[in-house]
Design a protein around this ligand. Structure first.
Ligand code: NAP
Length: 433
């Protein structure tokens, strides 16, 4: 009894100490379930280019939402970890091992965009982070933000969630420069042993797509669709041309759907089978699983927006379609994202856009994409009230036409405000939420 009372007292003292000193604790993954303390330590990477501007604004908005939703009871304890140019300056390396260690240790992190040199230089830090932490699902919800300007006639029809495979495909980094020993060796092997006809002056890249990685991304997409009452999952591929990579992606995707989710899904073939039970009408509560060729998907998404919901794609197609979807929703400045491993629960939340170097340090760009990535982070850790607070305040701010340059230029007679002023307006609007 005494021991119990002592234990209680010491844990109360510990909590008081944590509150007074702003000390936080780690979010832990316990058998697939997140154990989130009241003061979670959340590591963040500011990023390069516009990264510092959007991440600073985002942290302020997220802190404001936590205060509004929970008062002093909860608070994020931010922990900066370095990557990109800032890490290079301090440690002479772009992605220190310590950064990866801290993200793994704390399970959930926020990240700004990082520069990747084109046609040479070091390998993409974004891709390396995703591969080293095995964050296989790049999840990008694109939903029209009410009252935001849009090029579409019916932008409210846009409400999709992209599940892009993050670890394979031509992004796996198996690429050899034209003229290198490796390229020559590989081309000779292909031409001599595999009866191919690759030109000797080629650079070569390899596109691996495995059953394992395909099945886990499709499983994650279908699980998401079930949990979130979505209507369909579309497998997007270019399997008519790349039969054994993209074609196999489609085949394995249907295998997962049919073997693991049989009682929860109906495939498009089954739905329209003349002698089948459905006769084109979806049964209540089930998810439609269909597939589309990647090229066709681009026009389908524009012309038949309403028919698409959750999409599952290999890495490259997923990257392309993310920017199209973001543009349809009002621009890259509005599109959030996360890189998640649903087994370890490690998740890195980051905007879809890059470092937009020409706008760096101008306090100009739209922080909404990073802020909405923070909303995804809140939902991931179960802080629903804080997530709702941000979403409502964002909507109100845009409806008041307090917007950054990217949205202002799509509206008539609206003077844009800067990144930090936009964050101020969102925080102000939280008071009324
Ligand atoms: P980008 O940085 O995404 O910028 C392309 C254009 O998108 C900008 O010029 C701007 O368009 C618009 N935009 C992007 N972010 C915006 C924001 N927050 N608010 C308003 N508009 C925004 O793409 P990029 O110029 O092709 O790539 C630059 C660098 O970023 C490259 O090194 C690339 O590798 C890297 N990158 C990193 C990530 C990542 O870290 N995950 C992702 C993509 C790219 P307007 O000029 O028309 O206004």
């Amino acid at each position: 009894m005494i021991a119990h009372a002592e234990l209680q007292m010491s844990s109360q003292i510990k909590m008081q100490n944590e509150k007074s000193k702003d000390i936080g604790s780690k979010i832990e993954n316990m058998d697939g379930i997140l154990n989130v303390p009241e003061r979670p330590i959340i590591p963040y990477i500011e990023g390069d280019g516009i990264g510092p501007d959007v991440i600073k604004a985002t942290k302020r908005v997220l802190d404001g939402a936590v205060e509004k939703a929970y008062g002093p009871q909860k608070k994020i304890v931010w922990l900066e970890v370095l990557a990109g140019e800032k890490a290079q300056k301090k440690y002479s390396e772009y992605l220190p091992e310590e950064t990866l260690k801290k993200i793994k240790e704390h399970t959930v992190a926020l990240k700004g965009p990082l520069t990747t040199p084109i046609a040479g230089g070091f390998r993409s830090l974004n891709v390396t982070l995703r591969q080293k932490l095995d964050l296989y699902a790049c999840v990008r919800p694109v939903k029209y933000l009410p009252t935001a300007p849009s090029k579409l006639k019916n932008p409210e029809e846009l409400d999709i969630v992209i599940f892009r495979e993050n670890t394979e495909d031509v992004y796996s980094g198996i690429e050899f420069e034209e003229g290198s020993e490796e390229a020559k060796k590989l081309i000779e092997f292909l031409n001599n042993e595999m009866n191919t006809n690759v030109r000797i002056d080629s650079g070569v890249g390899i596109k691996p797509i495995s059953e394992y990685a395909t099945k886990r991304i499709v499983r994650a997409a279908i699980n998401y669709a079930i949990k979130n009452n979505r209507k369909s999952v579309t497998i997007v591929h270019k399997g008519n041309i790349m039969k054994f990579t993209e074609g196999a992606f489609m085949r394995w995707a249907y295998e997962v759907a049919n073997k693991e989710f049989k009682d929860k899904i109906v495939t498009e073939t089954e739905l329209f089978k003349p002698d089948g039970p459905y006769k084109g009408t979806m049964p209540e509560g089930k998810i439609l699983v269909k597939d589309r060729l990647a090229d066709s998907m681009f026009q389908q998404l524009l012309l038949r927006t309403k028919q698409y919901d959750v999409l599952a794609l290999p890495n490259l197609n997923g990257d392309y379609i993310s920017d199209l979807a973001a543009a349809m929703g009002g621009g890259l400045g509005l599109a959030p994202g996360a890189n998640i491993n649903y087994e370890t629960n490690i998740a890195l939340f980051e905007p879809t856009h890059g470092t937009a170097p020409s706008y760096a340090n101008q306090d100009k760009v739209n922080p909404t994409s990073a802020i909405l990535s923070g909303v995804m982070l809140f939902r991931h850790i179960g802080w629903k009230e804080a997530a709702d607070t941000v979403e409502k305040a964002l909507e109100k701010t845009v409806s008041q036409r307090k917007v950054t340059y990217d949205l202002a230029r799509q509206l008539e007679g609206i003077q844009p405000i800067g990144t930090s002023k936009f964050a101020d307006a969102v925080i102000e609007n939280m008071k009324a939420v």
